[in-house]
Design a protein around this ligand. Structure first.
Ligand code: NAD
Ligand code: UDX
Length: 470
């Protein structure tokens, strides 16, 4: 079946960029991205491309070319569903914060609502594509809901997990290592797989398009993220050992990464991984293993999260112990709040947890991030503290310990210490000699990303502490 009309439910970090690239590369397909969030849709439709809800290098140009041609953003979910031959589900699947599986399992309520809405609206056969990251065997649940609550039309469910990384989303979509499409190995399943293969074949070669059965595809997504995160936790665990043995973690990573069996990527020691995916997906994997009565497997993967929490805590503890065992009333400048460079996304950013520890010890946190607003930063902290059950009074008082700046130089004035949390390139270009003269002495820098020139900063007079540096 040749696809002419695509609808995507969810205009977030995945739905927005992926559909924009499909629309760009498939001008004969009408692509409508819908969302319940009216503000988000308004931002996607904003004439001013600086106001797009997602910041990604290259995204604005893609939107500029495709929007209004064959790419549309809308809140009219029902009509978009009705008109589509193929419907992507790209809604959020956060970790559950309540009830059974709280803190571990993926919350599938948004996905389930999508399935019920599609079933209610659809008047002809549709291909439903899981784009959200889902626990293995979710397609079976979707199929049941669609068939039991639908109007007797045929639904073919495919799994097409997304592997883009934020900050490089457009590049990852245009030159994907692979796209993965899982479907039933029946005649109609194979036809649906082929329809989606044909969409991607507009710009990817056949060897970049992998097809599997449904369950392999669903499980591969969780597995890919678990493997990537596991490498970061492995190097971060060793960074602690480097600090007490005078080995240098970057040298160790380079030495092992040049072994072609290991490879150099995802071995950069850091203050800890963040982002909306790694922690959520590993917790989900751990939950699934326990559900299927595989406690040893669950325990193995859980260590990846335990080391990541340890790394964030260790960083905060180092700031406190270096500043003579108290940061009470001291001005700590956070350079960066986003979970990585080149994105405005702050979900699960290490900065949030480091700030929490330091604020608990009485610090004033002064933040500068080139892409993250004061509202977002304060909302992130509020969300954590509400989740931890803090009273409104306590939350209000802690929020008063956070200050946010548009100008980094203002933030750095009379600071006791700098904590670099995100690897934004601009931090490397700052005039550190001038910054040194503006700070209290001894002036500390805690480089949570190992991006600054430590020898140069040391020569200026800074006390510089990196990750995994003796
Ligand atoms: P997001 O929160 O940025 O976007 C999800 C959007 O879905 C929101 O705008 C929300 O309003 C909308 N939504 C929720 N219910 C809806 C409904 N019933 N109808 C219409 N819209 C609805 O989330 P995201 O980062 O884009 O992630 C989406 C999925 O993709 C998740 O499962 C995630 O694990 C997965 N994923 C994310 C990334 C990433 O880098 N962010 C990468 C790969 C996979
Ligand atoms: C990740 C996966 O890479 C992507 O394939 C998947 O689709 C979604 O989840 P993302 O979370 O956007 O993408 O970014 P990623 O580049 O993987 O970084 C995740 C976190 O790990 C960031 O906080 C990053 O700073 C950190 N990281 C990454 C390290 O600390 N060291 C590294 O070597 C690599």
């Amino acid at each position: 079946m040749k696809i002419k009309n695509i609808c995507c439910l969810g205009a977030g970090y995945v739905g927005g960029p992926t559909m924009s690239v499909i629309a760009l590369k498939c001008p004969e397909i009408k692509v409508t991205v819908v969302d319940l969030n009216t503000n988000r849709i308004a931002a996607w439709n904003d004439e001013n491309l600086e106001k797009l809800p997602v910041y990604e290098p290259g995204l604005a140009e893609v939107i500029h070319q495709a929007r209004g041609r064959n790419l549309f953003f809308s809140t009219e979910v029902d009509s978009a569903i009705e008109a589509a031959d193929m419907i992507f589900i790209a809604v959020n699947t956060p970790t559950k914060t309540y009830g059974e599986g709280k803190g571990m399992a993926a919350d599938l309520k948004f996905v389930e609502l999508c399935a019920r809405q599609i079933a209610r609206i659809a008047k002809n056969d549709k291909i439903i594509v899981e784009k959200s990251t889902l626990p293995v065997r979710t397609a079976q649940t979707l199929q049941t809901i669609l068939d039991r609550t639908g109007n007797g039309v045929h639904f073919e469910v495919l799994s097409n997990p997304e592997f883009l990384a934020e900050g490089t989303a457009i590049e990852d979509l245009l030159n994907a290592d692979r796209v993965l499409i899982g479907g039933k190995q029946t005649e109609s399943g194979k036809k649906a797989i082929q329809s989606l293969v044909d969409v991607y074949a507009h710009w990817l070669s056949p060897k970049q398009i992998l097809t599997t059965n449904l369950w392999s595809s669903e499980l591969s997504k969780l597995t890919a993220n678990a493997f990537l995160a596991q490498r970061i936790s492995s190097i971060n665990a060793l960074s602690a050992l480097c600090e007490v043995t005078e080995a240098d973690v970057d040298e160790v990573a380079n030495a092992i990464g040049t072994d072609s069996r290991i490879g150099p990527k995802f071995l950069k020691a850091s203050v800890g991984f963040g982002g909306s995916c790694f922690q959520k997906d590993i917790l989900n994997l751990v939950y699934l293993c326990r559900y299927f009565n595989l406690p040893e497997v669950a325990h193995y993967w859980e260590q990846v999260i335990i080391i990541n929490d340890y790394q964030k805590y260790r960083f905060a503890k180092k700031v406190i112990s270096s500043l003579f065992n108290t940061v009470s009333g001291k001005k700590i400048v956070f350079l960066g709040w986003a979970f990585k460079k080149d994105t405005n996304d702050t979900r699960e950013s290490a900065a949030i947890y480091v700030a929490d520890h330091l604020i608990e010890d009485g610090a004033e946190i002064h933040v500068y991030d080139p892409k993250v607003s004061e509202t977002k930063i304060k909302a992130d902290m509020r969300y954590l503290w509400e989740l931890n059950g803090l009273s409104e009074h306590k939350i209000a008082s802690k929020l008063n310990q956070i200050f946010v700046y548009d100008n980094p130089m203002e933030a750095l004035d009379e600071a006791h210490a700098v904590a670099l949390l995100t690897e934004w390139d601009e931090f490397k270009t700052y005039d550190w000699e001038t910054i040194y003269t503006k700070m209290y002495q001894p002036a500390f820098i805690f480089d949570g990303r190992n991006i600054l020139d430590a020898a140069k900063l040391h020569a200026i007079g800074f006390e510089i502490k990196g990750i995994g540096k003796g």
